[in-house]
Design a protein around this ligand. Structure first.
Ligand SMILES: Cc1cc2nc3c(=O)[nH]c(=O)nc-3n(C[C@H](O)[C@H](O)[C@H](O)COP(=O)(O)OP(=O)(O)OC[C@H]3O[C@@H](n4cnc5c(N)ncnc54)[C@H](O)[C@@H]3O)c2cc1C
Length: 409
């Protein structure tokens, strides 16, 4: 039986580990936190996930929250400042998304992994542990997210356009948000040059909730999170920013309460792509996965989706390799197969971190006039690859918009 060790019990590591168990592999996962520690810890993400990524969970029989988790049915996109909205449209997605707090999901998946015969080791894996696992496994995969050990993988300067974060990110889980009147949505509001508000429903430890992401441009008026000392101050500042910079959402935020005492987070992410093969001092090599190799700002809510899609690609590549060695050529080819998709996610995300380009403005404005285009665009969160080429090229944008305009005529 082939033995695979995965470092990191997050979306990517657990989904791949559980998938491989089902295919007859012996799988060990090392996690630096126990299920209890994850469950009792701080929120880590807003983890909105869409149909394609959820389908991979469903295939493995680990989508346990389909009935309980409130759905996200569509997208509502607004851009403007003061009381003036320059862009305001909404579209239903083909299939609903969902966001299950990782503090619920990962502990349940860890138990499920063990129940299906996986070996779970609680340890903070460093180089000596990787060496040990590389010696005793056919393959070692590092799926440690933003953890330090990921620096073992060399930054790919060509594929990493930024050397600093482009947003300060504030995350708040709340109860008491007034429901939208039409459908539950991925509510995106852009205040140009200042920041973004992204909100959607989720399920947390205390039940259905709303999740608020504020993406704040560094050194701008929303970049004030260093002033906050308590969670109550965090919530008050979030509400104040919504009233000031996204006033069209203020009415929904009059009676917000924090969901628990670990439900806020402030951080920064430098979007980074790394090379897939990590070299250990012994000369043995390991393969990186998901956020370790392709880390995006959460502005477009894609990282957990990427992790699920990466787990699916890696599993296929492992199966395709049969009994052959998981050598460096295979490791590079496996990442190339993932990057074939993930590059479009990075492009979509990085585009939204910068001032809007002409084709982006054209498309987002046209969505307001053309509901079918708006619905089409709403599905881009499920599969950002579909935005190519028309979201990034002026002439292609015009042609694409015209094709929807002629349908509408
Ligand atoms: C504020 C915020 C909001 C987000 N919102 C969204 C969203 O709405 N939608 C979306 O799709 N994505 C979102 N993301 C991104 C998403 O959460 C991540 O991309 C996703 O969790 C990555 O999965 P992963 O398995 O690669 O890593 P992780 O989920 O980070 O899991 C890695 C695991 O490895 C463990 N680990 C680390 N180092 C070690 C070690 N040395 N030894 C053992 N274990 C180790 C960690 O403790 C962790 O449990 C958001 C991220 C942030 C920060």
């Amino acid at each position: 039986m082939r033995k695979i060790t995965i470092i990191g019990a997050g979306q990517a590591g657990l989904q791949l580990g559980i998938g491989l168990l089902g295919q007859g592999y012996a799988v060990r996962i090392a996690s630096n936190r126990s299920a209890e520690q994850i469950g009792a810890g701080r929120v880590m993400s807003s983890q909105s996930m869409y149909d394609m990524a959820l389908a991979f969970e469903r295939e493995l029989g680990i989508a346990f929250w389909d009935q309980e988790c409130p759905p996200t049915d569509g997208v509502h996109m607004r851009a403007g400042s003061g009381d003036q909205l320059l862009i305001d449209w909404r579209g239903l997605m083909c299939a609903p998304g969902q966001s299950v707090d990782q503090r619920i999901k990962m502990p349940v998946w860890m138990a499920e992994f063990q129940r299906r015969g996986g070996e779970l080791v609680i340890e903070d894996a460093g180089i000596p542990e990787l060496e040990r696992y590389a010696q005793t496994s056919d393959l070692v995969i590092v799926a440690t997210g933003k953890g330090e050990i990921g620096k073992l993988f060399e930054r790919d300067n060509e594929l990493s356009p930024f050397d600093a974060s482009l947003r300060t990110i504030s995350l708040t889980y709340v109860h008491g948000m007034k429901p939208r009147e039409d459908f539950s949505a991925l509510n995106i509001s852009i205040n140009p040059g200042i920041g973004e508000l992204v909100n959607f429903p989720g399920m947390t430890l205390s039940g259905p909730c709303d999740i608020i992401n504020l993406e704040c441009i560094p050194n701008g008026p929303m970049d004030r999170w260093h002033e906050v000392k308590t969670q109550e101050e965090h919530l008050a500042l979030a509400v104040q920013m919504i009233e000031e910079y996204f006033p069209w959402e203020a009415e929904r935020c009059r009676n917000l309460r924090l969901t628990d005492d670990q439900c806020t987070l402030v951080g920064r992410v430098t979007p980074t792509v790394r090379k897939p093969v990590g070299y250990l001092p012994s000369g043995r090599t390991v393969l990186g996965m998901a956020d370790v190799l392709v880390l995006n700002d959460p502005i477009t809510g894609q990282g957990s989706n990427n992790a699920s899609k990466c787990a699916n690609v890696y599993m296929q590549c492992i199966l395709d390799q049969g009994e052959k060695a998981f050598d460096d050529q295979w490791k590079n080819a496996t990442f190339a197969r993932y990057w074939d998709y993930a590059q479009w996610v990075a492009k979509f995300t990085n585009t939204h971190l910068l001032p809007p380009t002409e084709p982006v403005l054209k498309v987002l404005s046209a969505c307001g006039r053309l509901p079918q285009l708006a619905a089409h665009f709403s599905n881009a969160f499920n599969d950002p690859k579909m935005l190519t080429p028309w979201y990034y090229d002026n002439e292609e944008a015009e042609r694409f918009i015209a094709s929807f305009a002629s349908q509408a005529a």
